[in-house]
Design a protein around this ligand. Structure first.
Ligand code: AP5
Ligand code: ZN
Length: 207
């Protein structure tokens, strides 16, 4: 399947995408992770870090290129964190078709709580939350024993800026896929397992 998952920063896209990739044996294509891995790479627009640490979008040509390379040879994929504006949406439309678009709906205050409490494994990328999904041993990944860290953009100030940038840029993307008849809205404020049940149902209907 070719799946797109949309939602605000902290809505749970990464959490559900990892499960989708594992469950369906498809690629997890995430512009956020790809950019973090190349944060200090020089491009003609500057480094990704300059935009990311301010909560702003990295310029379209940089992210378009990442997505094109990642999905070119993939049989199936779940796309997480892209497209984020109308121009990226048009580009995606030119390079591939999608089977289903999932939209995780979560209120702003909850988003900020999730982002500021998030901890990520530096080895395997597993995501935890200090209150909602704590690791068994504080600071250590349950899955691989790696150290957990806090993302540079998960401060309260940058988290709020990211939510504002999302609201200004990404709402038209949701409307576009709703009009195209591909959008399935999911209540993202349920527990991760409850959200997953809805995600799996939505994908299975479209396979
Ligand atoms: P990116 O890495 O894509 O970040 P994001 O969209 O802000 O999304 P997040 O990763 O913060 O959240 P998520 O929805 O994946 O939530 P998660 O599952 O981790 O982008 C970062 C930056 O890169 C951007 O600001 C931009 O600069 C740049 N960038 C990326 N893509 C770009 C693009 N296309 N164009 C331009 N620039 C781009 O969950 C969050 C927390 O909540 C975790 O702690 C988790 O454990 C917890 N949680 C998850 N689900 C639940 C639940 N159901 N209940 C309770 N807690 C939960
Ligand atoms: Zn780990």
């Amino acid at each position: 399947p070719r799946i797109l998952i949309l939602g605000a920063p902290g809505a749970g896209k990464g959490t559900q995408s990892r499960r989708l990739a594992e469950n369906y044996g498809i690629e997890h294509v995430t512009t956020g992770d790809a950019l973090r891995a190349n944060k200090h790479m020089e491009t003609e627009y500057g480094t990704p870090a300059e935009f990311m640490d301010a909560g702003e979008l990295v310029p379209d040509p940089v992210v378009n290129e990442i997505v094109k390379a990642a999905i070119e040879d993939a049989e199936g994929f779940v796309l997480d964190g892209y497209p984020r504006n109308e121009s990226q949406t048009e580009y995606l439309d030119e390079i591939t078709d999608l089977d289903v678009v999932l939209y995780l709906d979560v209120a702003d205050d909850e988003l900020v709580r999730r982002l500021t409490g998030r901890r990520v494994c530096e080895e395997c990328g597993a995501t935890y939350h200090v209150d909602f999904n704590p690791p068994e041993e504080s600071g250590t990944c349950d899955e691989c024993g790696g150290d957990l860290y806090q993302r540079d953009d998960d401060t309260e100030e940058t988290a709020r800026e990211r939510i504002t940038v999302y609201e200004e840029n990404t709402q038209p993307v949701i409307d576009y896929f709703r009009d195209a008849g591909l959008l399935v809205e999911i209540d993202g404020e349920q527990t991760p397992d409850e959200v997953w049940a809805d995600v799996e149902d939505a994908v299975d209907v479209h396979l």
